[in-house]
Design a protein. Structure first.
Ligand code: SF4
Length: 424
């Protein structure tokens, strides 16, 4: 049958869809991603991280139910975090859906006794062929007060190093050149396997795989930071000088209330040591604005944190009250317009910081991977830019370039979130 897999949410969901796709393909089905074409089956992989994500998932279910009613598809199945978290309510409210599958039930969808999303190196890529995500573990052992992920994905389960190396070898054989390492918490990788932090060992093993030119690290947890990974980053040019490390806040009281561990001084020292150990590293972080107990003073502290640390990449979320999380009883007292104003203030500051950091790159020659071709320029990224979330380099069209290839580009101009350049 023809199966169209639609994926919402984070990069971990993308990998889950790709693993499911490979299994369905092995069963003889023809599998597509994201298409709007007619198909026998649609599998919708949903997200339930925060309120807005749940809303987007429910709206997409309704779109697909409508398509089923108009006979554009025969069967509709819903998987992923929303199915995991709200299966009973959804089954009651949406009888038109042919099945809601929690993670534990997924094997039923593929007619198998068991189906472990982490237990295979087989994937059918849905990303452009030159880059891929590598999910090194699922679940999380932390209990951040605002976060529902441990409730949805459970405790951390790490994928063994040999299986990950095999997976990356297969990706390299398919022409993948860039791999983003992802997890709920990358820095705790391996603790459940050996009782020790194994990320540095994993990085060493991946560095031996031929064909991958760029590895990028996402979702590092600040507390008890494994500094040894920075030495591996320095030892192997394949590891981009890039680290995604969500800090969420900087106020000691808020960090304590969020159950993040560590404190403001720990975070300032951590950032200083990372920048000292890996000169020129790009730090990406995410922050939460409008946490229930956040005072105006604590908001100003967060603004000052952004001003002083000049992150290369930064995102801010307005606090979303999540059922059954430790913070839920605090309510959501900070009005939406206040949250929006606080988020706006931080992003306005970040815009000027990002422009200044980009302007400092004018005149430099940077290694750029080409992602796509537009009418009068190519779009690419540097080692400091992850797909879909970071900056782009717009490269003037002088001669035909190959998508997925690397080129030296001299930066001629800068904007807030983009660089402009010509081939060197
Ligand atoms: S580290 Fe905290 S925010 Fe991240 S997934 Fe785990 S509980 Fe959620």
């Amino acid at each position: 049958m023809t199966v169209n897999i639609i994926t919402l949410g984070c990069s971990k969901n993308i990998v889950d869809s790709e693993v499911l796709a490979a299994r369905l393909q092995r069963m003889g089905h023809r599998v597509f991603f994201e298409g709007t074409m007619k198909s026998d089956i649609v599998i919708l992989n949903t997200c339930s991280f925060i309120g807005d994500a749940r809303e987007e998932s429910v709206n997409e279910i309704l779109v697909q139910v409508d398509r089923k009613m108009r006979r554009q598809i025969k069967k509709l199945y819903v998987v992923g975090c929303l199915a995991q978290r709200c299966k009973a309510e959804l089954e009651a409210e949406l009888p038109e859906v042919d099945g809601f599958y929690s993670f534990a039930d997924l094997h039923k969808m593929v007619d198998a006794n068991e189906f472990d999303l982490l237990g295979t190196s087989e994937r059918l890529l849905s990303t452009p062929p030159h880059y891929a995500y590598l999910k090194v573990s699922e679940g999380c052992d932390h209990q951040c007060s605002y976060c529902a992920i441990p409730l949805i994905r459970g405790k951390q389960v790490s994928k063994p190093i040999p299986l990950l190396v095999e997976e990356v070898r297969k990706l390299a054989d398919q022409g993948v050149k860039e791999v983003m390492l992802i997890a709920q918490d990358l820095t705790y990788y391996g603790l459940d396997l050996t009782g020790k932090r194994e990320l540095a060992n994993l990085m060493e093993a991946l560095a031996q795989v031929r064909g991958i030119e760029w590895y990028r690290l996402h979702y590092a947890y600040p507390l008890n930071f494994p500094y040894e990974i920075l030495d591996v980053m320095n030892a192997y040019p394949q590891f981009c000088r890039y680290l995604d490390i969500p800090f969420q806040h900087i106020s000691d009281d808020i960090l304590k209330d969020m159950r993040r561990g560590g404190g403001s001084q720990y975070i300032y020292d951590l950032i200083a040591r990372i920048r000292e150990t890996v000169p020129g590293i790009a730090l990406r972080t995410t922050l939460i604005s409008g946490y229930p107990t956040e005072t105006l003073e604590q908001h100003k502290e967060l603004v000052e944190f952004v001003r002083r640390n000049r992150f290369e990449r930064l995102g801010v979320f307005a606090y979303s009250q999540e059922e059954d999380t430790p913070a839920y009883p605090l309510g959501d007292p900070i009005r939406r317009n206040i949250k929006t104003r606080r988020v706006g203030e931080i992003m306005q500051l970040q815009e000027s910081i990002s422009r200044e950091l980009n302007e400092a790159k004018v005149g430099q020659t940077l290694k750029v991977i080409i992602d796509s071709e537009e009418r009068d320029h190519y779009v690419g990224r540097t080692e400091f830019d992850s797909p879909d979330v970071d900056n782009s380099v717009l490269v003037t069209k002088e001669k035909p370039l190959t998508i997925g290839e690397f080129y030296p580009v001299t930066i001629t101009e800068a904007a807030e979130y983009d660089l402009y350049g010509t081939l060197t």
